[in-house]
Structures are given as structure tokens and as C-alpha cells.
Design a protein around this ligand. Structure first.
Ligand code: RIB
Length: 313
């Protein structure tokens, strides 16, 4: 019998069809790209593998299709060390992402959820005991919101720490946000949730504080290569993560690596500050290799970047 998961991720599995091009095209423009790959991705799969790579027993609850590309992402999740018994096969196509990456490493993504849309509260209920016994539940928004809500409700009812990465960006009601112990939007998602321009440090801080009033717990706004900031309920303190300088080639999956690393750090019992530093290193390293799952760092590389011994846990 395998180890019960300490981190449970509820989310999407996609196959990423990625074209690399010198610059992102304008509307109506055709450009010649210089590279094309088909690699496993999806925010749920990326975050689950990112957590599992840190040595934390991790399971992914999600849906994949029955088409020929399903195996690409299923296999990546399995080889990434995640418990795949929590995946449901549904008739039809697997989720896909259509990604463009420019030579600065910036990207533009269209996701077509397909099988991911089949995730229901009833499927979540099958794993209620597993969620109840986990240390951390980590969700995003590439699967139906009622399934995410159900998972958060189960976790909250059992004192399981909940993290929501509200990606892709969409408005959320306060009932849902009140089920979240740690909300991790990027600048775009923070702006959609608050109406505040979060592209500067001051704007990100203002948005984080506005969201603090609406969540149960804390808010971390990730700011790409500018790092991230964390505001904590009941405190005026702002925690800013270290910016690790790396040779970035592709930002795809970096936010997922951050979230997976954060969940793993929390499950390992790191302090909030240590977990944030750990997550920042995971996020930075993911930018140094192309692709989503192929770019996720394992624990030894993270520890090397952190330049220290094993974190306390
Ligand atoms: O966050 C990156 C991910 O977004 C990609 O792997 C793609 O599948 C989309 O879900």
C-alpha cells in the first residue's frame, strides 16, 4: 500500500503544444517560429509534480481523456512521483494548452480544458478521507469552480491547510475566498480579483491587503522576476522573498513550481518565511529550462540554489 499523500492537488492535466518565436505575434500577424514541442503540463499536474519532486508524498485529483496524448501527461505525473490513483479517465480529449514563448522567456497561453471540465464535486467526494488526512490542499482554477469549492470545504472542515492559486484569472466570490488559508495570485490575477493595478510593488501590496480582508488567511502576490510579497492576517508585516538570479529562458510553469514548492515546504513543516524562500528557489529554477513539467526542479537543485543544508522539518 502506498504512502498516504501529505499534499493533495486538485487541478488540471494538459498537454502543452508550444511554439518558440523571437517575439509574440500581433493580432492578425503570422510569424515563423524556431522550435515546437509537445510536453506535459497543466497547472494541476505541474504543481503536483513540483511538490512531489521535493520528496513529499503527493496526489493529484483530476481528469484526463482517452485520446492518444493522454498518456503523455499521465506518464509524466506518474514518473514525477505523484499518486495517480486519484485520476479519473473520461471519454474524449485530454486538456490542451496552446503556448507561445518568445526569446525573452515570456509566454502567452490558451487553455482548452476538455477532460478537465469533467471534474465534479462527486469525484472530489470520493477522496474526502484522503483530503481530510492530508497536510496541505493546493488548488487552481483550470477545473470547474464547484469542484474546487468542494475540495476546499472538505479541507477546511478537517483543519487541512488550503492554498489557492487563482489561475487563470477570474473574479471569485468571498464565500470561496473565505475557505482559503493562503491565496497566491500573480500580478494579473491580483488585479482581476481586486480591480487594483498590481504591476508595481506598491500596487501589489495594495491588492494583497485588499484581498487579505476577503480570505481566511494570508495573501502572497508573485511578481515574476521581481520576487513575491506576503501579507499576513493580523499583522502589518510584509515578507518579501529573495530574488534568485538565474538564466531565464522560459517562464512557463514557474508560478506552478513556486506553488508546488510552497505546498511542499508547508507540508514539511517549514516556517512561513522558510517555505517562501524555498518556493522562490523552485520558481526561479523552473525558468532555466524550457517547458512546464520538464522544467520543474528536484529537491537537490533547490537545496543547491538555497545554498544551505536541509531546511528544518
Ligand atoms: O502554468 C503553466 C501551465 O498553464 C501550462 O503547463 C499550461 O498547460 C497551462 O495550464
Amino acid at each position: 500500500m502506498s504512502t498516504p499523500p501529505r499534499v493533495i492537488v486538485v487541478g488540471s492535466l494538459n498537454v502543452d503544444f508550444t511554439a518558440r518565436v523571437s517575439r509574440l505575434p500581433d493580432a492578425g500577424e503570422t510569424l515563423i517560429g524556431d522550435n515546437f514541442t509537445i510536453v506535459p503540463g497543466g497547472k494541476g499536474a505541474n504543481q503536483a509534480v513540483a511538490a512531489a519532486y521535493q520528496g513529499v508524498p503527493t496526489a493529484l485529483i483530476g481528469c484526463i481523456g482517452t485520446d492518444s496524448v493522454a498518456e503523455i501527461v499521465f506518464d509524466a505525473v506518474r514518473r514525477g512521483g505523484c499518486d495517480t490513483r486519484f485520476l479519473t479517465k473520461v471519454d474524449g480529449p485530454t486538456g490542451i494548452a496552446h503556448i507561445e514563448v518568445d526569446h525573452n522567456g515570456d509566454n502567452r497561453i490558451i487553455v482548452v480544458p476538455q477532460a478537465n471540465d469533467a471534474l465534479t464535486p462527486a469525484i472530489i467526494d470520493r477522496y474526502a478521507d484522503d483530503i481530510a488526512n492530508a497536510a496541505v490542499l493546493l488548488c487552481q482554477l483550470e477545473v470547474p469552480l464547484d469542484a474546487v469549492r468542494r475540495a476546499l470545504e472538505i479541507a477546511q472542515a478537517h483543519g487541512v491547510f488550503t492554498i489557492l492559486n487563482p489561475a487563470p484569472a477570474r473574479p471569485l466570490d468571498d464565500d470561496l475566498l473565505s475557505l482559503v488559508d493562503l491565496l497566491v495570485p500573480n500580478e494579473t490575477e491580483a488585479a482581476v480579483l481586486t480591480g487594483i493595478d498590481a504591476t508595481t510593488r506598491e500596487g501589489a501590496l495594495e491588492a494583497a491587503r485588499a484581498l487579505l480582508a476577503r480570505t481566511k488567511g494570508d495573501v502572497c502576490v508573485t511578481r515574476g522576476s521581481s520576487g513575491s510579497l506576503l501579507v499576513t492576517n493580523g499583522s502589518d508585516e510584509v515578507l518579501e522573498t529573495e530574488v534568485f538570479v538565474v538564466d531565464a529562458v522560459d517562464a512557463t510553469g514557474a508560478g506552478d513550481s513556486f506553488c508546488g514548492g510552497l505546498a511542499a515546504g508547508m507540508a514539511l513543516g517549514l516556517s512561513r518565511a522558510e517555505a517562501f524562500r524555498y518556493a522562490a528557489a523552485c520558481g526561479a529554477l523552473a525558468t532555466t529550462t524550457h517547458g512546464a513539467i520538464p522544467s520543474l526542479p528536484m529537491r537537490d537543485r533547490v537545496m543547491e540554489l538555497l545554498g544551505s543544508g536541509e531546511p528544518a522539518h
